[in-house]
Design a protein around this ligand. Sequence first.
Ligand code: ADP
Ligand code: ADP
Length: 235
Amino acid sequence: QTAAEARGVSKIYGSGDSATTALNNVDLQIGAGSLTAIMGPSGSGKSTLMHVFAGLDNATHGTVSIGDTDITHLDDNALTVLRRRKLGFVFQAFNLVPTLSVLGNVTLPFELDGRKPTAAELSWVRELLGRLGLGMLEARRPHELSGGQQQRVAIARALAMRPQLIFADEPTGNLDSRSSREVLTLLRDLTREYQQTVVLVTHDPVAASHADRVIFIADGAIARDVVGRSDAKTL
Ligand code: ADP
Ligand code: ADP
């Protein structure tokens, strides 16, 4: 089963002499229930690839599917609904709402969907907070937390609605090694326990060593595709 697929995807920014080819004819299938790490030098096209998969950016050529849905020709409204219902995003800029508590921030996706979380959903949110080491902090406001705690709140928020497909851009970038391990273990366990799919952009070989598959991007193309749990030292 395929969670996401790119076929012949190119992305060209600008035109004429100033055109930049960020992605060059990429074919990629992401299997459902897998944890895939994307690595590669700065400017190689990792963020563009995630944005095209998430429908945040249009491919110049090629098609992109999420599950059974070809998103290439969806309008903005349909894309917004698909993102809200099926996708989770963890970015470096975590955008927590300063006036809301930790619990308020993590349940925000339900409010944005126009409803309150059910009892089962609320208990899942609390389990997530516990698994991320935030169990005692649900009443705090973001400014009362460390940077790493704030980042984990953003991760909990991204996972609150149990998205089928989670995109994480350097999710452990600001975390100490213990918090990093909690986050990576959680992401991996979600793929095992709930068949959720995680695509992780990272520079960190230790983070990539938690992945089922590591894809190396260079100059907008897949340079290496390593399937199987890898040894951090060989990356
Ligand atoms: P990475 O995430 O691997 O650092 P990016 O996907 O951000 O790489 O960038 C790939 C290439 O596309 C780079 O050459 C970058 O300068 C270019 N690029 C990215 N976004 C834009 C944009 N909005 N306009 C023009 N060029 C861009
Ligand atoms: P970078 O990797 O270049 O430091 P970020 O990872 O913070 O940048 O963000 C990459 C892009 O994703 C930005 O263009 C930003 O507008 C967008 N973005 C950030 N947060 C979200 C979000 N929660 N939902 C959708 N798009 C987002």
